[in-house]
Design a protein around this ligand. Structure first.
Ligand SMILES: *Cc1c(COP(=O)(O)O)cnc(C)c1O
Length: 341
């Protein structure tokens, strides 16, 4: 099950889902009903699981779009069961159990109450049982092993109540690679599909290739004299006569303001430092050391240019975050272009 939430981690959910289906993926996961509806509106007919919380007022849309909910609150089951009562076959749902993430999910106690007391509604089909791991990419395996053991307890409760659950799942990208015992009948990779991982160095990572590159163009060039400042509040002051390139991309497009006076971009195959505060729609880089820059030159914020490369990982380090956030921050104003080769 490919995780395509947050616009497929910034890559474009519709195109990514279509491509993954062509490559044999049987189902996808999104975070919200709205994300699921967007995929349905673009003609995607396969199973779509909604990972995020479900509210009673969303149930009509959930059923209308034939989305599969992850239920994390047993109070929702009777409401869902009633809404699905007129359907010819039981409506598929996945149940989520909380095993240590401290987020959504039924507690072990709630699960016992539901299954020992035979309260699971007959108009629903328990298609999936899942949990989410908090530390699959952490330095130690301890927490994950503990969570998987609690999940095994939960599986036992459900199977002992006579349920055969076709889809049992726990693994995100990191767990799918690092903990084979977490793979059960389904895995939920997100980040690794897009060519990144956050596994610790001691864990062997698969060979991954970043899928996306983020590019802009030099919009204007200006030469500034020593002492002149760049952008709001003048946080950058030129020490020597400098050549500054203005780029039409900013924090509204997902270029973190934390990269102000910190990060780099690629121009003519060379690293050019970001100077001054990043603005909403623009940013400036120092191209003094780059020869023959002209207006219209391609500028790479993530990706390769010549023999140089900037990864989302590196951008994340400059900005004090993780590659996940760098990728899914890429905003809706950025046109996505897809290459099939
Ligand atoms: C986002 C998410 C995933 C995917 O995680 P990656 O680390 O990107 O592989 C899997 N499961 C759940 C419940 C998620 O929310």
């Amino acid at each position: 099950m490919a995780v395509v939430k947050a616009n497929a981690y910034g890559h474009g959910a519709v195109e990514i889902t279509r491509t993954l289906i062509r490559h044999g993926i049987s189902r996808v996961a999104v975070a919200s009903i709205e994300e699921g509806a967007q995929l349905r509106h673009s003609g995607i007919t396969g199973p779509i699981i909604v990972l995020g919380p479900l509210f009673p007022e969303q149930i009509a849309d959930l059923l209308a779009y034939q989305l599969t909910p992850v239920v994390s609150d047993s109070a929702l089951l009777p409401i869902l069961a009633q809404a699905a009562a007129s359907f010819p076959v039981p409506y598929p749902i996945h149940l989520k159990v909380e095993t240590g993430m401290g987020r959504l999910g039924l507690s072990q106690k709630e699960l016992l109450r539901l299954f020992r007391d035979h309260r699971f509604p007959p108009t629903l089909q328990l298609e999936g049982l899942m949990t989410h791991l908090a530390d699959a990419d952490g330095p130690s395996a301890e927490k994950t092993i503990e969570q998987l053991s609690k999940f095994q307890d939960a599986i036992r409760v459900v199977t002992q109540a006579g349920f055969r659950v076709p889809l049992i799942h726990a693994a995100n990208s990191a767990a799918a690679v690092r903990f084979p015992e977490s793979c059960f009948s389904l895995v939920r990779p997100g980040l690794m599909l897009y060519g990144y991982h956050t596994l610790p160095n001691a864990v062997a990572a698969p060979a991954l290739k970043p899928v996306l590159s983020l590019q802009t163009t030099v919009a204007q060039l200006r030469t500034v004299s020593p002492g002149q400042t760049i952008s709001y509040h003048g946080t950058f002051q030129a020490r020597t006569t400098s050549k500054i390139a203005i780029l039409p991309i900013g924090y509204a497009d997902g270029v973190s303001r934390h990269l102000s006076n910190r990060g780099y971009v690629l121009v003519r195959g060379r690293r050019a430092p970001i100077v001054g505060l990043i603005c909403m729609d623009m940013m400036m880089v120092d191209v003094t050391a780059v020869t023959e820059v002209t207006v219209g030159d391609e500028v790479v914020l993530i990706g390769r240019q010549g023999s140089e490369q900037i990864t989302a990982h590196e951008v994340a380090q400059w900005a004090g975050t993780i590659p996940y956030e760098v990728l899914c921050a890429i905003g809706p104003r950025i046109p996505r272009q897809y290459r099939s080769d």
